[in-house]
Design a protein around this ligand. Sequence first.
Ligand SMILES: Cc1cc2nc3c(=O)[nH]c(=O)nc-3n(C[C@H](O)[C@H](O)[C@H](O)COP(=O)(O)OP(=O)(O)OC[C@H]3O[C@@H](n4cnc5c(N)ncnc54)[C@H](O)[C@@H]3O)c2cc1C
Length: 399
Amino acid sequence: MNLELSADDLAFQQEVRDFLCENLPERLIEATRLTTTVFVDREITLEWQAILARRGWAVPSWPVEWGGTGWTPTQRYVFDLECYRAGAPRLVPLGLGMLAPVLLAFGTEEQKRHYLPKILSGEHYWCQGYSEPGSGSDLASLQLRAERRGDHYILNGSKLWTTHGHFADHIFCLVRTDNSGKPQQGISFLLVPLDLPGIEIHPIITMGMSHEVNQVFFQDVAVPVANLVGEEGKGWSCAKYLLEFERGGGSTAALRQHDLGLLKTLLADMRRDDPELDADAHFRKRIARIEIDITALEMSELRVLATIAAGGNPGAESSVLKIATVDIEQRIHELGIDLLGHRALVFTNDIATTAATDTGLPALAAGFLGRYLNGRAASIFGGSHEVQRNIIAKSVLGL
Ligand SMILES: Cc1cc2nc3c(=O)[nH]c(=O)nc-3n(C[C@H](O)[C@H](O)[C@H](O)COP(=O)(O)OP(=O)(O)OC[C@H]3O[C@@H](n4cnc5c(N)ncnc54)[C@H](O)[C@@H]3O)c2cc1C
C-alpha cells in the first residue's frame, strides 16, 4: 500500500481545504468543540449535512447513482482528515452510515428510492432500535413482538438506549416475528415512523448529565408490512451487516488526531501558567504512545477502506478497529482529566464556557469532563469490548 499522497490527491486535499475555509461556519466549529456527547445535536449535523450535500459531498461512501462521490479510499481519508482538522462536526451516522448501507444491500428498489433521498436531504432523521431491557450483548434474545395482522405488524415492547430517539422521526427496529426456532431466526428488520399512535419516548440522562439516549415504548403500534427490509425472519443478516458499518470502516484515526490536537493545545495553554508541565515526562510519554497508536489505527483503517472500495465489507476487522479507536479516545479523555486535575470538576454542560472564564483555565478546558464521562459508553455501545474480543477470537483467530 503506497501511503504517499499522489499529485492528484494533493490537489484534492487543497480543494477540500478551500471548500472548508469558505463553507464551514465558525458557529459549527464552536458548537462541535463544546459538544460532550457522542454525537452533535440534530440541528448541527443537519446544517453541516446540507452544506456538504450542496457540494455533493455528504455521503462519500454511497454508490454514485445514489449521491456518493466515487472517491478513492485515499480521497475519503483525506476528506475526513481535513474535516476533522478544521473542527467540522461529525455527521450523525444513524441514517447516513448505518441504515443506508442496509437499504442498499437488502432493500427493494422502491425502498431505496423512497428512503435514500430523504436520508440524504435530512428530511428523515433516524435512530436505531436494536437493544432492549435484557437484550444488549445478547441481541438475539430481543423480544419486541411484531405480530402479523393482515398487511400490518402490531408492535408491543420497548427499545432501550436509543441514541437521538428524541430528535428522530423514524426508527429502524429489530423485531421478533417468530419465537419458534433459534433466537436469530425469528428476527425481522422493520422501518417505523415515530409519529405512529402507541409510541412513547422517555429520556435517559447519562452520568455526563446529557440527554442523548432514550427508552422507546411500543403499545399496539401498527406498522405496514411494506416497511419490512429483507425477508421476514431474516433480519439478523441485516442486523449483523449494519453492525459492521457501525463498528468500523470509517476514518476515525483522523478524528482521534483532532482530539489529541485539542489536548495538546490545552496543554500548551496551561504551560503558560505552569511551566513545569513542560518538563513532565509522564505526560509527554503518554502523548507519544497515543500518537503511535493513532498511526497504527490509520494504517488499519486505510486497509479496510481499500477492501470496501474493492467491493468488500469491513468484516470482523471492524471489531479490531472499534476496540483500537475507542481505547485511544478514552486514553485521550483520561489524559485531559489528569491534566486538569480537580479543576475538571467545575465543568458541567450548562456552565462550561463561563466556568472556564471564572477559573482562569483556557476556554478549551470546558468539555473535557463531559467528554470523559460520556466517552465511557464508547466501549459499551455498538457491542462492548468484551463482545468484540469474542468476535475476533472466533472470526479472525479461529479459536
Ligand atoms: C451511550 C449509549 C448509546 C447507545 N445507543 C444505542 C442505540 O442507539 N441503539 C441501540 O439499539 N442500542 C444502543 N446502545 C446499547 C448498546 O448497544 C448496549 O448497551 C450494548 O450492546 C451492551 O448491552 P447491555 O447494556 O445490555 O449490557 P450487557 O449485554 O448486559 O453486558 C453487561 C456486561 O457484560 C459483558 N458481557 C456480556 N456478554 C458477554 C460475553 N458473551 N462475553 C464476555 N462479556 C460479556 C459486557 O461486555 C458488559 O461488560 C447504547 C448504549 C449506550 C451506553
